[in-house]
Write a protein that binds this ligand. Sequence first.
Ligand code: MN
Length: 233
Amino acid sequence: MTELVFAPQDIPTVAVANRQARFPVRRIFCVGRNYAAHAREMGRDPDREPPFFFTKPADAVVGDQAHLAYPPETDNLHYEGELVVAIGTGGSNIRPDAALNHVWGYAIGNDLTRRDLQLAARKLGRPWDWGKAFDHSAVCAAIHPVAEVGHIAKGSIRTYLNDEVRQDADLVDLIWSIPEIVAILSRSIRLEPGDLVYTGTPAGVGSMRPGDRCVVKIEGLGALTTTIVPPVS
Ligand code: MN
């Protein structure tokens, strides 16, 4: 066994619905602008330009019912309700018609975003990391195995802020489908078991303050609740 100078952290994991065993997270990939109406609200042309990706650290993952401290360095923390695809079988250059064979399950996600930092970076042509890849920024509910729920290509996706509907769309409105996203990603990097893919958010993103409760619901996958609490001083 390799000798380590200090004990490594535990592998980040996500709950699996109705099971004790948890899903080990390897990497987190996120698709930018995958719903036309959201691309427009972000001031971009929703034409079918190739999808682009950004990443979050695996240990940014946090589960359902979390109470998250308002993060540092921002005054505009946004929710982004999203469908998350959990990869169970690795591969590179995956064909779209074979892509779903690599999917282990599906979950509801919330791609928390420090919008002010993201937009400042975008304006300056700098990386998005500080806007997207901060601590506890990858909220993910329990994963539902394909073996139980099948594959998901349509169904309502809604985000509620303090019980008020803020995002209301259908997964059929994804510009790039799940098989297409998996195939395209696998051309740039080899996908591995444990990878999570956040598939993009619909229109209606908005900011949260301490005390707010955000709930994302996707038909067939239940709900994901996140409560924002005051910043750590
Ligand atoms: Mn997103």
